[in-house]
Design a protein around this ligand. Structure first.
Ligand SMILES: C[S@@+](CC[C@H](N)C(=O)[O-])C[C@H]1O[C@@H](n2cnc3c(N)ncnc32)[C@H](O)[C@@H]1O
Length: 498
């Protein structure tokens, strides 16, 4: 397991306590100040967890974890550090209720621990299926597929790519034809189902590379050569407007070339892991598909020894848009609207799930648990202060989208349901680590780390530590122009069921 260097340990200190949360003192921030003082003794700034570890960056070159670029993921190295921090033992069962590309689960699997995850989006499930089968692939078959792709090409098929409206014209025409030809060709190959699944995964994982799009922060950026951008610009020009510039991705690689590169890297990883690492004892390894809000309440009480997770941040980031190509490829069609709504409320489009949750808890005979959680949310003074501050900012014309108010209110409501259920499903003594970012809207700082800790404490957890990364998060240029610069904390909160 990971050894911390003396140097890393040395870098631990108490971060400065924030004195104000509302730009120019426009709104009351007393409750946020009191919260900051209350949890100041738990705040620890440490070089042990840095920005690179908390992002996917460190995974890019990692054996196995680098197979699917999930920018929103954290690194396997971070998970290993947290195994130490949470004192996880080999036979323990770890839960990640927002599993994403399954970094926590894979790290658990490789260390012989049990891992259970919950994830809403289907492309993450295919990534998990492909990666978690690493010890089961038949290397001869994988090499056979590589030779076949090197030496021949699939017959063309007439079938179009199953586009969503937002993905139309994302690929050059030949790439689009190749994607479908390879898809159908691999399905008919004389190889086992696991190899076929891996081929499908590789095709899904290379979609961004061979497309006119690039995932960039909250958006999918488009190359100006895409037909959608060209048509849009023709319209703008007809109206006397300047064309939008779009990005230039340079030469778009072929499906064949990209597939071969990826398969070759996978063959290297599979050979290394199968040769070097002892196949982990097959414990419980499971990724459950669906919304954590509705799955956690169905899991048995007192069944997990630790939780390592990172929920979507309250930053308007819509995973269903960023991963639209991958979802379209998997044939998601209009189910995408459900997926979007079912995400933890982190976009301005999310509507309240309160009524659905009420009906769900009542249908399970858990009406009392629902009311208890709702009361915790409804009586939290910090949350009330933040909601009121955002409403004031909206009335002053400083919040450009009313959806931000709903998003923040619902984000914490839903997180409290998650925390309460985590408390229920954790065994006594279990520890929880949650990675998240503080955010700021219209000059109002929302201390996600301390507020989450307060809500977790209200549902029963004992707060243990709030690790703060030495690097802070910047603000959007819009926010800085109007409200100045306020670096925000990125944190890992640690709680325990005592
Ligand atoms: C920050 S990412 C987690 C990344 C993960 N730690 C990794 O290393 O890949 C948050 C994940 O939560 C998922 N998610 C959002 N809302 C969800 C919900 N209601 N239920 C289950 N998963 C959800 C998103 O699809 C996303 O994959």
């Amino acid at each position: 397991m990971h050894q911390l260097s003396f140097f890393q340990e040395l870098k631990t200190k108490s971060p400065p306590v924030r004195r104000y949360f509302s730009h120019n003192g426009v709104c009351s921030d007393e409750a946020r100040q009191a919260l900051e003082k209350q949890y100041a003794p738990l705040l620890v700034e440490t070089g042990k967890f840095n920005r690179q570890l908390v992002s996917f960056q460190a995974n890019k070159t990692e054996i196995l974890h680098g197979w699917f670029k999930y920018r929103e993921g954290f690194s396997a190295e971070l998970v290993e550090l947290l195994f130490d921090e949470l004192q996880i033992q080999p036979a323990d069962t770890i839960l990640d209720p927002f599993a994403g590309s399954a970094t926590t689960l894979l790290a658990a699997q490789l260390h012989g621990m049990n891992g259970v995850g919950i994830e809403l989006l289907p492309h993450c499930h295919l990534a998990w299926q492909a990666k978690s089968a690493v010890f089961d692939y038949n290397l001869d078959e994988l090499r056979q597929v590589r030779s076949l792709v090197e030496e021949s090409s699939p017959p063309p098929v007439a079938e179009p790519f199953p586009h969503l409206t937002i993905t139309e014209s994302a690929f050059p025409p030949q790439v689009e034809a190749d994607l479908m030809a390879y898809t159908r060709w691999f399905e008919k190959l004389d190889v086992g189902p696991r190899t076929k699944m891996l081929c499908r995964f590789i095709l899904m994982s290379l979609l961004e590379d061979v497309s006119y799009t690039r995932k960039d922060g909250q958006y999918l950026r488009w190359d100006r050569r895409a037909e959608k951008i060209r048509r849009h610009n023709e319209k703008r020009q007809a109206q006397g407007k300047k064309p939008i510039r779009g990005i230039d991705k340079g030469a778009i690689p072929t499906v064949k070339q990209t597939f071969l590169e990826r398969l070759s890297k996978i063959i290297v990883d599979v050979s290394r892991l199968q040769a070097e690492q002892k196949r982990p004892e097959s414990g419980r390894q499971e990724l459950i598909e669906g919304s954590t809000l509705y799955i956690l309440p169905t899991l048995p009480a007192d069944s997990f020894d630790a939780v390592i997770t990172s929920p979507p941040y309250a930053n308007r980031y819509d995973y269903t848009r960023t991963y639209a190509l991958e979802l379209a490829y998997l044939g998601i069609d209009d189910k995408i609207f459900n997926l979007r709504q079912n995400q933890l409320s982190c976009t301005v489009e999310n509507k309240s799930k309160e009524n659905d949750l009420r009906a769900f808890y009542h249908s399970m005979g858990q009406g009392q648990q629902f009311e208890r959680i709702l009361t915790i949310v409804g009586t939290n003074e910090v949350l009330a202060e933040i909601n009121a501050a955002l409403a004031t900012r909206y009335e002053r014309g400083e919040v450009n989208n009313r959806g931000i108010l709903t998003m923040i209110a619902q984000y914490f409501l839903e997180l409290t349901f998650v925390f309460a259920e985590l408390y229920r499903v954790c065994r006594r003594g279990a520890r929880v680590a949650v990675v998240n970012d503080n955010v700021r809207y219209a000059g109002e700082i929302i201390p996600v780390d301390t507020l989450s800790t307060a809500l977790a404490e209200q549902v029963g957890f004992a707060p243990k530590k709030i690790y703060v990364l030495p690097q802070r998060k910047g603000n959007s240029s819009q926010q800085m122009g109007r409200f100045g610069r306020e670096p925000l904390r990125k944190s890992i909160t640690i709680w325990q069921k005592v």
